[in-house]
Design a protein around this ligand. Structure first.
Ligand SMILES: Nc1ncnc2c1ncn2[C@@H]1O[C@H](COP(=O)(O)OP(=O)(O)OP(=O)(O)O)[C@@H](O)[C@H]1O
Length: 419
């Protein structure tokens, strides 16, 4: 249905070739993105961003320097210009501070989604255009379909395993309109083969993993220094209500995270956090019903097209949007229905999932219509967990049981039901 425009921009043979600024990270994907654009005959420049001030943070900056040097070497090998830019201040204010504020209020925001929205597809795109580029390109696994009339659509990559549209679900339309994803039609092994054939030294380089600013440190150790002083509190079993042990601070944990529980064996997970009482409610097993829910309240919705799909537009008569959703990168897309929550504003939605989901408050739900990514929204609250629903159903059954017992005892029906 959609075709990526990337291979058509500025074809040879009389048509003007484009000037393209490629975000070169020092990894294999952006190396090959630059290689392909160069081969298509475009005027290509590599731009490397620094987003984290390692000197200021007292962390090891060697790795960042190595990445920049790798990016520079790739540009040299391809015979394209290299340009370095710092978005350290912007990353701090637009990504890191909101991330820490989220953690402090019990929400776990996704820094990669925020980085794409505010840095790569805002600051970087603007910088690329200011450098005189017609387009900004990255090595993301995604496709974009540009149309004169209908704006630009974000589409999943051909390589479903590598698809990165989950992280791109909140990018602004204005930046997407100027974006190219040269790898969207390729598989990772093809990308590596292209890099090897072009003798790019990044061909065999390992994937970057984890949150970039945390590096090799333990997340809990890293984040503690940015948070208000943490108080220890109880770890409580959701099943029995028993205190199982003590934790070092509620904000150091997130829903769904595995955590050690005193001397107890087994695999324990954080099912719920209560900031008011400094309590973590724990359940045993990664598929425990306390971790799962069929409904989420979501907000801060960012729509790729720039406005909500017609069904959700409150100016028309709003109805539920039938779509599919991912609750994390690489998670399967689950059938989902999204409806405006009363009362707006700000626009807030209730998402109902065909199969239950395990996701923390603050995380992103990416919505899809087939291969088209519609946008992303942050989880504001989880609906009742399957465990809570089970308890309620049990209580209702008990009440029904009590009622039927009551019916057998003449004169007691009313009193028994009320109990
Ligand atoms: N420091 C950076 N400077 C410039 N562009 C960057 C930088 N980091 C990431 N990008 C761009 O964003 C794309 C996706 O970044 P991501 O962090 O997901 O890396 P990746 O998938 O491992 O890609 P790569 O192999 O190119 O590092 C990269 O391919 C690159 O185009």
């Amino acid at each position: 249905m959609f075709r990526s425009r990337v291979l058509c921009v500025g074809r040879r043979g009389g048509r003007r070739l484009a000037t393209v600024a490629v975000g070169v990270s020092g990894g294999v994907d952006s190396s090959v993105a630059a290689l392909l654009l160069k081969r298509q005959g475009h005027d290509v420049v590599g731009v490397h961003m620094s987003n984290w001030d390692h000197a200021e943070e007292g962390t090891d900056g060697e790795c960042a320097e190595r990445e920049r040097e790798d990016a520079r070497r790739v540009c040299e090998r391809l015979g394209i210009g290299f340009h370095a830019v710092s978005f350290v201040r912007e990353y701090w204010s637009d990504v890191f501070e909101p991330f820490v504020a989220g953690i402090a209020r019990g929400a776990t925001l996704n820094p990669d989604v925020a980085c794409n929205r505010h840095i790569k597809f805002d600051r970087f795109t603007a910088h690329a255009l200011a450098l005189g580029a017609d387009w900004a390109a990255t090595g993301h696994y995604a496709r974009v379909a540009h149309s004169e009339a209908g704006g630009s659509a974000l589409l999943t990559a051909v390589d479903a395993d590598k698809d990165q549209t989950y992280f791109l679900a909140a990018v602004p339309q204005a930046s997407l309109r100027r974006s190219l994803f040269p790898l969207g039609e390729l598989r990772k092994r093809e990308v590596r083969a292209l890099a090897a054939a072009a003798e790019l030294h990044t061909a065999g380089k390992r994937e970057s993993m984890g949150i970039c600013f945390v590096g090799k440190r333990r997340f809990r150790d890293f984040i503690r220094s940015y948070l208000p002083p943490q108080r220890p509190g109880p770890l409580v079993c959701v099943e029995s209500g028993r205190v199982l042990g003590t934790h070092q601070g509620v904000s150091l944990y997130t829903h769904g995270q595995r955590a050690r529980v005193g001397g107890l064996g087994g695999r324990w997970y954080v099912a719920e956090k209560c900031l008011e009482t400094d309590t973590l409610f724990m359940c045993e097993g990664a598929a425990h019903p306390a971790l799962l829910t069929h409904t989420l309240e979501v907000g801060e919705a960012a729509w790729i097209s720039g406005s909500p799909p017609g069904q959700l537009d409150s100016r028309a008569s709003p109805s539920a949007l039938a779509c599919s959703a991912r609750v994390r990168h690489r998670a399967p897309a689950i059938p989902c229905s999204v409806a405006a929550t009363e009362p707006p504003p700000p626009p807030q939605y209730t998402a109902r999932f065909a199969t239950p989901v395990n996701i923390a408050v603050g995380q992103t739900v990416a919505l899809y219509d087939g291969c088209r990514c519609l946008g992303g929204a942050q989880v504001i609250a989880r609906g009742p967990s399957l465990h809570e629903q089970g308890k309620e159903a049990g209580a209702a059954a008990a009440a029904r049981g009590a009622a039927s017992v009551g019916r057998g005892a003449p004169g007691c029906l009313q009193a028994t039901v009320c109990e």
